[in-house]
Design a binder for this molecule. Sequence first.
Ligand code: S3P
Length: 452
Amino acid sequence: MTDTAQARAGDRPSRLTSRAGGALRGVAVAPGDKSISHRSLILGALATGVTEIEGLLEGEDVRRTAAAMAAFGAGVERLGEGRWRVDGKGGFAEPADIIDCGNAGTGARLIMGAAAGFPIGVTFTGDSSLRGRPMGRVLKPLGLMGVAFTGRAGPRLPLSLRGGDLKAIAYRLPEPSAQVKSAVLLAGLGATGETQVIEPILTRDHTERMLRAFGAEVSVEDTAEGRVIGLRGGQPLRAANVRVPGDPSSAAFPLVAALITPGSAVTVENVLLNPLRTGLFDTLREMGANLTIANVRQAGGEQVGDITARYSALRGVTVPEARSASMIDEYPILAVAAACAEGPTIMRGLGELRVKESDRIALMAAGLAACGVQVEEEPEGLIVVGTSGANHAVAGGATARTHGDHRIAMSFLILGGAAQAPIAVDEPGMIATSFPGFTALMAALGSRIDAA
Ligand code: S3P
């Protein structure tokens, strides 16, 4: 059990079980986007003035980032549900205590980048999952910029950094990671010269968009080498209000639940439609999913819409590897859809999935196999042979090990609703890191998920 789960063991069940219970119907609102929520707090704290945020995801991960921003000297206040106020002081002061990012890789890596620009010493830690995740990918570019680190080999958290007096670099991302890109850009704010990040594979661009919304000039150029993002150091950020759109990575769970549960029709409103985040929906459509998007509009500098999913006979597909960055967090729930489709779904180019909150390739393979699904695990891929949905539903009747990974837990709970026998998950308390209210939202749509 992770530390976060342990702390809550007293008030949350240690297992949840999901069983088939008929069609899912209704309308839900997606919780705030996790990536944009972290960034709104961090940029709000780096800026000068008062930033008001609406629709902030109030999951554990984002709350850790809010607490960290207060520790760096910003005024951080919760005004109401999803409504937060950040009084930024135009920079970070040295925190009096260790910054504990909990389960959040995004929080840890982005805050390291943001803190690096200031002449302060900071020690970072996290829960047992985060302490096991690779940090060298951030330390390497920040080290080239002049940040000094001390800490565990690996390198892993806990570790300490001393920032300030940075020089700009041009950094080509060795792995497609928006977290690393963002850490370098945020450090670049405090560096002398123009920092450049070169992305051979495009990743989510929320940092670039939000930096602009906070008054920074950010150049973006597509070249033969990839996308080059440039940011001049020393630019001050001005407070800006942020409306956080709904998280497509969370919306994916009720939408896939409707696709695989006979007779279902579910609408999720206010879903972020940034093309760098919507690879799952393209893939599901290729599988034959009946997905419709209505009421497309602009909100907070991003396009959002209402997505309706209706039960569909899905077919297996080969997912283009080039699409993986735009749906990296959605492979667990795609694997569930694939288990209910007809024929194999081939997912490759997924090396990054092994270093998420858990080794998601290994845990999906193990859990699906325990539920009677034919799977093949590859070093950087997963092949799931579907059981053809309604005619031959997945057997189920197993407990999926989640290693404290919220997305693994939610994926197997969704599968349980379409399986012949119930599916249980361990450590369900971790779902609150990204989707507080998940079980209540699913119950309102007709799911049967209980503490048992
Ligand atoms: C995120 C980037 C992705 C994603 C994570 C959120 C972000 O991680 O998996 O959930 O907000 O920048 P990587 O940058 O490690 O791919």
